[in-house]
Write a protein that binds this ligand. Structure first.
Ligand code: SAM
Length: 736
């Protein structure tokens, strides 16, 4: 990127070859192990080779799932500002001992919060939060800055002695000057500055960490700034420091380095609901390099950080963690790493010829055949514009050379058409039914055959084609990127639709609108929704198939109505479950009531608790395949809320990570745990859950609430005896 005009006063242009750091040549021999207090069993790799090479290695054999190191980071800053991604942690958590929320933080159900003994409970403020006349304990607010809150006097005193006495005026002045509080990054920089000045070992550590300041200054010097965003953000922060107080003027050179050090070396913390809740910095941790296929997982729990092995790690192996979302296509991952961390990732995943996030299955030979060509898509959305050099890949299978039949655009168009047809058909049927047109077989056949749009529904070809196409883009369990693109397109379509009545009936419109209006964490929320779409499509296919078959059968009317009812309810159940899942963490009590009502309505409509549970379990299985077990904890909490049973909890484990990074190893463990849980509480589920050794872990049902003719149909479809089990939604709807 060419720098046309930059206010670079804060970043003096210095050519790289003239740079020296604090009078010491850049990588002077210092005993890194001692300076960074490397724990025993670990050591620094290539300490003298510069930031690209230096890292941490393990010197013993670490089996998978073992804790390598537990520690309290040097600095942790509670998220300062409320945002779409982050609830108001500053107002609701102790600034000193903040722990990741033990309940969904976003507008959590007050009753649940009240029953919780954790810090988060004490952290919840506000007049509205009194239950049955009893006020929830309010936080102690610092009377100086009036910005930060503490759960107890002891926390307040500890924080005062260590930092806050020297930070209080800064926060107060900042608030006065800008009518807002500083960002979490700024508070972290300020605390690093304070510690830097008072602790000589910390100072040495900071001086030795990577900031990429020299690279940035060199870019400015040459007038060709690749890292413009970093430069601008850095300048912005420095300007604010100098505007808030003149006392920072003498520290500006140092601050400049500290700001960049924080950009490169700080880490966003997440609570167990994957909501970012702050920033942490630790010099030892900052030495760990990145890989998109890392061997350790970082877990934040109760203010502590735990490094756990994901795989068996051999002695002498470098430890790697991932800095980025691994669910992005390679090009985007690399771009993000390059722009924020100044390096080209060369991990096996980035070097692989097939981008797993855009991978497709070859319809002929069944292998992962290559990556989708999304070159035309990238660039059409703002956030993707930067990926100019995205390789246009051929549309042929690498193994058998057969061509992929469809472009991504075709799939999305087909998807929209199918959905719109379905909506129209469903509405036509409703109207016909209401007007009593379908009072006998003859009428129904007429309806199916000619007068109405159901004709198109009866022809399954379109849906079958759609499913084939969806299957192609769903070869890799978490084909996140493709699916979210698909979802965006479909969401756009829905928002334009005028067919409100049927949408409302299907409980979809609000949810899609909600999705559009709220710019939620796209990675998490959109991801979930893409699965709903697939499940809807699969349901539609089966409905269509059955309709086309049943139109030739006797007793059509009965089957049709029964089937339609069942399937539309299934669609509602499945979709509303997903929607309510993601909604739970953010909805108000009132909205929660609506969701609950929805479930109750479903039960009344014939979806007994057992079926509902089964739906939940089936859905949970999907979640396990698709997202982390951190989310799964949330699901269990919701399940227990729905069932009014005590809260469930699961231990953290590296299995979470396996799910996140698509390794997909663990579904069955959790199915066992759920069934155990249900058994313990004497909750019976009519369709028995059994597990069979299938490639992808699936739940199967032995007894089904489905009508006999449908069971027969499914058995035919899957070429299995009618008495045998068949797989639960949505897998059973797949064509053989
Ligand atoms: C948090 S630091 C990691 C420790 C760093 N290697 C050091 O010695 O200070 C992040 C920086 O390390 C380098 N880095 C991390 N992972 C890397 C990788 N996989 N390949 C090349 N450089 C990497 C980049 O310069 C990045 O900005």
């Amino acid at each position: 990127m060419i720098l046309e005009r930059t206010n670079s006063a804060l970043f003096d242009p210095i050519p790289l070859d003239q740079v020296h750091t604090n009078g010491r040549s850049k990588f002077e021999r210092i005993d890194c192990g001692r300076v960074f207090r490397i724990p025993s069993g670990l050591s620094v790799v290539d300490p003298d080779e510069g930031p690209e090479k230096r890292g941490i290695q393990i010197n013993y054999q670490a089996p998978a799932d073992s804790v390598i190191y537990n520690f309290v980071p040097q600095l942790e800053i509670l998220e300062m500002n409320k945002s779409d991604l982050s609830p108001d942690y500053r107002a609701t958590c102790c600034f000193r001992c903040f722990k990741p929320g033990t309940l969904p933080a976003r507008n959590s159900n007050v009753n649940d919060i009240k029953s919780d003994q954790g810090c988060h409970l004490k952290g919840v403020m506000g007049k509205n939060l009194s239950i049955n006349g009893v006020d929830i304990k309010k936080l102690l607010r610092c009377s100086g800055c009036r910005v930060v809150n503490y759960c107890s006097l002891s926390c307040q005193l500890q924080d005062w002695n260590e930092f806050h006495s020297k930070e209080c005026t800064y926060l107060k002045d900042y608030l006065k000057k800008y009518s807002m509080v500083p960002s979490t990054t700024e508070v972290l920089v300020n605390r690093i500055l304070l510690k830097y000045k008072s602790n000589s070992l910390f100072k040495l550590q900071i001086d030795m960490l990577t900031s990429h300041l020299e690279v940035l200054e060199d870019e400015v010097y040459r007038g060709h700034v690749e890292h413009l965003q970093v430069l601008e953000q850095g300048q912005h922060i420095l300007e604010r420091f100098s505007n808030v107080s003149s006392k920072y003027a003498e520290d500006l050179t140092l601050l400049k380095r500290l700001v960049l050090t924080v950009f490169v070396n700080s880490t966003v913390m997440y609570n167990e609901f994957l909501e970012p809740n702050g920033l942490m910095f630790d010099s030892f941790f900052a030495l760990i390099n990145h890989s998109c296929e890392p061997n350790i997982l970082v877990i934040f729990q109760n203010g502590k950080l735990s490094l756990k092995s994901i795989l068996d790690i051999k002695p002498g192996t470098e430890l790697t963690t991932n800095y980025e979302f691994t669910n992005l296509p390679t090009a985007l991952r690399k771009l993000n790493l390059r722009s924020r961390f100044f390096f080209d990732c060369q991990c096996p995943l980035c070097l692989s010829p097939i981008d797993r996030m855009l991978a497709v299955q070859c319809a002929s030979c069944g292998t992962i055949a290559g990556s989708f060509d999304l070159a035309e898509k990238i660039g059409s959305r703002n956030q993707l514009k930067m990926v100019d050099g995205f390789q246009r890949k051929g549309r042929a299978c690498l193994k058998c050379s057969s061509e992929f039949p469809e472009t991504f655009d075709n799939i999305s168009t087909m998807f929209q058409n199918c959905l719109s047809t379905f909506i129209e058909d469903a509405q036509t049927y409703q109207v016909a039914n209401r007007r009593g047109y379908i009072d006998n077989e003859e009428h129904l056949v007429k309806l199916l055959g000619s007068n109405f749009k159901i004709l198109s529904l009866a022809s399954a070809a379109k849906y079958i084609k759609l499913i084939q196409m969806l299957q192609q883009c769903a070869m890799i369990p978490n084909n996140f990127y493709l699916e979210s693109l698909l979802l965006n397109l479909v969401t756009d379509y829905f928002s334009e639709s005028t067919d409100q009545i049927t949408f409302t009936r299907l409980g979809l419109l609000e949810s899609f609108n909600e999705l559009q209006n709220k710019k939620e964490n796209e990675v998490i929320r959109v991801f979930q929704k893409s699965h709903i779409l697939k499940s809807i499509a699969l349901n539609l296919l089966n409905l269509t198939e059955k309709l086309s078959k049943s139109s030739n059968q006797t007793k059509v009317q009965e089957s049709y109505e029964e089937w339609f009812h069942l399937e539309s309810q299934a669609i509602i159940a499945l979709s509303s479950f997903y929607f309510s899942l993601q909604g739970f963490a953010q909805v108000s009590n009132q909205q929660f009531g609506v969701v609950k009502q929805h479930f109750e309505d479903m039960a009344v409509a014939g979806f007994t608790n057992s079926v509902l549970l089964l739906e939940l379990l089936g859905s949970t299985n999907w979640f396990l395949e698709s997202w982390s077990n951190l989310k799964f904890q949330l699901i269990l909490q919701k399940l227990s809320l729905l069932l009014k049973v005590p809260q469930l909890s699961l231990d953290f484990s590296t299995q979470y990570y396996n799910d996140i990074s698509n390794i997909n190893l663990v579904g069955s463990n959790f199915s066992k745990r759920i069934s155990q849980y249900l058994r313990q509480r004497n909750i019976s589920i009519t369709p028995q859950i059994v597990r069979t050794p299938t490639e992808i872990s699936q739940f199967e049902i032995v007894e089904s609430d489905h009508p006999k003719w449908l069971r027969q149909g499914v058995a035919d479809c899957l070429s299995i005896p009618v008495s045998s089990s068949y797989t639960l939604l949505p897998q059973y709807l797949r064509l053989p």
